[in-house]
Design a protein around this ligand. Structure first.
Ligand SMILES: [Fe+2]
Ligand SMILES: [Fe+2]
Length: 266
């Protein structure tokens, strides 16, 4: 039975070389048939290095999306382009944001998109949260709060368009679909330290446009099951917004990357 290993928010730039080697050995020891990596791998200056290194060190297919930290000190557009080009050079690397879906088994499809916290959940207008994203990512830097919200909406809408196009294809041809993303797609999956994020944090922790797409599409596939794997909040939790949809949010600690969970795929 194929084994899927899920990791999120590994932030490998926090590790020295010795710690990196230990981490790779730990992941290799899982003997996974496929690794899925849910974003916040590192930052723009070293995310390509870490992806290349993992492609060489972890002798199995690696499918991934990017998180907000992966774009720090650069632009979303540029990093996505660089990463997509890298995947053309490494057969075992798949950037799901730039792909449709993979058939992991005849029953199981894997798809994904970076997603983006789109400012729609909670109360954006009243929120006093200012993420580092808003100074360190080119598309967001230098904008006032109203201008920033328009960009956040557009980024969330882009993720939702991907889901609206790919999810029906994957669910139409597979009994199970696994959707990898960085940002929780619904407020109820937006866990933070055992509780749902409050109105100040939810706008910056939820890709509501993607969640709405999922809630619209999955009732059309009552005999299919969707599992969403997300991270970003660094706090674990489970949400089941529909009978055939579960959303797992993975926990994380800076400097202590770990395998979030393994799954045996039927
Ligand atoms: Fe993170
Ligand atoms: Fe993140």
């Amino acid at each position: 039975m194929p084994r899927l290993a899920w990791l999120t928010d590994v932030h490998l730039n926090w590790l020295d070389f010795h710690q990196q080697a230990l981490f790779y050995a730990h992941v290799r020891g899982l003997r996974a048939d496929c690794l899925v990596l849910g974003g916040d791998i590192a930052e723009s200056g070293d995310v390509l290095y870490f992806l290349k290194t993992m492609a060489g060190e972890l002798h199995c297919p690696l499918a991934f999306v990017l998180g907000n930290h992966d774009f720090y000190y650069s632009s979303i557009h540029h990093v996505r382009q660089q990463v997509a080009a890298l995947c053309h050079e490494h057969a075992n690397l798949t950037y799901l944001t730039a792909s449709d879906y993979l058939s992991l088994t005849p029953r199981v499809a894997l798809m994904g998109h970076d997603g983006w916290a789109d400012g729609r959940a909670g109360n954006y207008a009243a929120s006093n949260v200012v993420l580092s994203d808003y100074g360190l990512i080119a598309e967001l830097a230098g904008l006032n709060k109203r201008e920033r919200r328009e960009v956040l909406h557009a980024l969330g809408d882009e993720a939702a368009r991907h889901v609206r196009r790919v999810l029906p294809l994957a669910a139409g041809s597979h009994e199970e679909v696994w959707l990898l993303t960085h940002v929780p797609p619904l407020r109820e999956a937006c866990w933070h330290e055992g509780r749902i994020s409050d109105d100040h944090w939810a706008p910056h922790f939820t890709c509501q446009a993607m969640g709405e797409a999922i809630l619209e599409i999955m009732p059309d596939f009552p005999d299919r099951r969707l599992t969403v794997l997300c991270g970003h909040t660094h706090s674990e939790g489970l949400a089941e917004p529909l009978p055939n949809v579960r959303i797992l949010t993975g926990g994380a600690v800076y400097g202590q990357p770990r395998v979030t969970r393994t799954f045996e795929l039927a």
